[in-house]
Design a protein around this ligand. Structure first.
Ligand code: KG4
Ligand code: ZN
Length: 340
């Protein structure tokens, strides 16, 4: 049997635990979403998230261990999300991971949540080969990365204002859709015309690989307000499709530009927005036309989970060994930053 790592993830509103073998084989993957708890507030309430993590973390870990068909004794290490995320939420996972590692006498590995998203690409099919360009698009981040090898990450661009997922969530709210908005905009867009409305695309300065989505979000808002004032009926599916099209156009254009600039032959997607139907299909289509390889995790592994944390933990451990038992949660942990 390969190395068995327990992954723990509590950075936001999912309480998750998973067992991954050899960094790539998912033995179990348990995710308990708190979406229903936070839905009526229209977003995640940090204090509620921490309390819920505390109630769920031990049963979820037990479910992951049982689901893997192993016992606690079989674990070789524990990997836990150290940041970025909500501090109170992170602390639940970090404290649990430390206690487990100490009690069992096994290594503890602190993992960067964004690195976790990247390693979701190692959990199904052939692991991607380096070097590659990775677009990380989540609720909190939009980062375009050049990854030369495990642990060798160069940031090529990032958002200057809203993250892509944040834009989806905010536009969903103005369209009267629930939280989280991304999946609902995605579903509604499938019934609309992506060319119906010409929303702005922010490319920024010539050659820039940074992103900006706040102008687009405002444009959608202004459009909806104007139509309402004029008493015009609004085709919400067209709005969703046209907004999504504007986001995807910019994401795909810049990702392909990044791959060409770095002469990378492979592109991977990561983060919750990587589950987006149009982003996946457009990137795959346009990359293929350029002779570039594209891969992305299955949708369930794009959004927050602990299997990706266990995988990233495995490769982090190989590279730089275990973390000290005084590991702390770091709410604003940067990629490549090795806080303790
Ligand atoms: O990676 P993730 O699960 O959590 C963070 O680390 O932020 O990403 C959550 C984000 C949310 O903004 C959600 O609306 C968005 O990913 N998302 C989507 C889709 N599924 C999730 N956005 C667009 N299309 C989707 N299908
Ligand atoms: Zn995430």
């Amino acid at each position: 049997m390969g190395t068995l790592i327990l992954g723990i993830e509590t950075s936001c509103d999912e309480t998750a635990a998973a067992v991954v073998e050899g960094g790539t084989r998912v033995r179990s993957n348990v995710v308990s979403s708190q979406v229903d708890l936070h839905a009526k507030y229209g977003g995640v309430v940090p204090e509620i998230a921490s309390r819920r993590h505390l109630e769920l973390i031990l049963p979820i870990i037990k479910e992951a261990i049982d689901g893997a068909g192993i016992g606690l004794d079989d674990l070789d290490a524990v990997a836990v999300t150290q940041g970025p995320g909500l501090v109170g939420a992170l602390l639940v996972g970090v404290a649990t991971g430390k206690a487990l590692a100490y009690a069992r006498g096994i290594p503890l590995i602190g993992v960067n949540h964004l690195e976790g998203h990247i390693y979701a690409n190692f959990l199904s099919g052939e692991p991607p080969e380096f070097p590659l360009v990775c677009l990380v698009v989540s609720g909190g981040h939009t980062d375009l990365l050049y990854i030369e090898d495990h642990g060798r990450v160069e940031v090529l661009g990032r958002t200057r204002d809203d993250a892509a997922g944040e834009a989806f969530d905010k536009v969903a709210r103005t369209l009267g859709l629930g939280y989280p908005g991304g999946p609902q905009v995605d579903a509604l867009a499938q019934k609309g015309d992506p060319a119906a409305l010409a929303f702005p695309r922010a490319y920024l300065e010539e050659g820039s690989l940074d992103f900006s989505f706040s102008g687009l979000k405002t444009a959608v808002l202004v459009y909806l307000e104007k139509e309402k004032e004029a008493d015009h009926p609004v085709n919400r599916a067209d709005v969703a499709a046209s907004f999504q099209n504007a986001v995807v156009d910019v994401l795909v254009d810049k990702t392909l530009a990044a791959a060409q600039r770095k002469a990378a032959k492979r592109i991977i997607l990561a983060g919750g927005v990587a589950a987006n139907t149009r982003l996946r299909s457009e990137l795959a289509l346009r990359a293929r036309n350029l002779g570039l390889q594209v891969s992305f995790p299955p949708p369930a592994l794009c959004t927050d989970n602990a299997a990706m944390i266990a995988s990233a933990g495995y490769f982090t451990w190989l590279r730089r060994g275990a973390s000290p038992l005084n590991l702390n949660a770091v709410p604003n942990l940067e990629l490549g930053g090795e806080g303790n």
